[in-house]
Design a protein around this ligand. Structure first.
Ligand code: GSH
Length: 206
């Protein structure tokens, strides 16, 4: 398997899952500053020009965080990355989808790339502010989900890998104060040996 990633991007969560699984995998860094996501070789692999992109051992390519994470969890069922019961699995998938589709794609995307939402520069501050509102509401809901629990589904699951990358963006990149349970979850995640290794490998260790 080969993971195409950008250091500190949402691919960080998939990198964590691969490290948690512990099976051999390769990584290929895509340099966003050099716009390598638009280089012909990468576009051939993933015409969406996005990371995470996972190339399986048979050469087939998988994109979209939730799909990659769910595939990894099902292929490595012994690692317990998704709860085995239907209710637990649904709760983990619900949280992962909310983090990726709302906190990331609706919240952070507005904060990082306001130009994708409003062509006029004069509107960008308003777009960023709306993104922050969406993000803060999302973090507050995740905080509630975490109440009395160490991990979203009780035990570590794919949902925690997703929440971790947005917590990282909020705390480390945007210097935001995370709500109490998210802050504790972020620290718990950073203390996992697999997460520590990934932070080193991506050059993100403090
Ligand atoms: N919906 C996609 C989002 C992927 C995404 O937006 N990736 C960003 C990095 S966090 C990216 O590759 N950006 C490169 C670009 O847009 O040029 C997923 O779930 O994987």
């Amino acid at each position: 398997m080969k993971l195409y990633y950008m250091p500190g991007a949402c691919s960080l969560g998939i990198h964590v899952l691969l490290e948690e699984i512990g099976a051999p995998y390769e990584v290929h860094k895509i340099d966003g500053a050099k716009q390598e996501q638009y280089a012909p070789d990468f576009v051939k692999l993933n015409p969406k020009s996005k990371v995470p992109t996972l190339q399986k051992d048979d050469g087939a390519v998988l994109t979209e965080f939730p799909a990659i994470a769910t595939w990894l969890a099902r292929k490595n069922a012994d690692k317990g990355l998704l709860p085995a019961d239907a209710d637990g699995e649904a709760n983990a998938l619900e949280a992962m989808d909310y983090v990726v589709a709302t906190l990331h794609m609706q919240g952070f995307s507005r904060m990082f790339r306001p130009g994708n939402f409003a062509p006029t520069e004069a509107d960008h501050d308003a777009v960023k502010a709306r993104g922050k509102e969406i993000l803060e509401k999302g973090l507050a809901l995740m905080d509630k989900t975490l109440e009395g629990k160490e991990y979203i589904a009780g035990k570590f699951s794919v949902a925690d890998a997703a929440l971790f990358y947005v917590e990282f963006w909020a705390a480390a990149r945007m210097k935001m104060t995370l709500p109490k349970n998210c802050a504790a979850h972020y620290e718990r995640m950073k203390n996992r040996p697999a997460v520590k290794r990934v932070m080193e490998k991506e050059g993100l260790a403090a």
